[in-house]
Design a binder for this molecule. Sequence first.
Ligand code: ZN
Length: 118
Amino acid sequence: MHEMSIAQSILDIVKEEMAKHQVEKLAAINIAVGALSAVVPSSLTFCYNVLVDKTEFAETRLNVRVVPLTYSCYACGHDFTSEEMTFECPACGEADPMLTAGRDLTIENIEVAETEKE
Ligand SMILES: [Zn+2]
């Protein structure tokens, strides 16, 4: 189950960001997972919940947004999304459109929890 190591690396990156910005508590971590990235969102949130149990992240939600496969056609410039791998532009029929999104896992942003100021 590689989701466990992915969840761990997300936490590592987030912790670095928090240290950099002197943030102590997060409300949520928002990530985007490409449909082609081979990450199962439910499995990732499960692993995350296991990892953060009884830590400072126990109340921090992990929100996973699935990014569909997005293509751009070289020939006619048509941008389109697809549920699966495609090798033909639906507008002009040109072969081999360029995959522009849907392959990566990215941390979109982190939401800082409101803390009481003294
Ligand atoms: Zn085209």
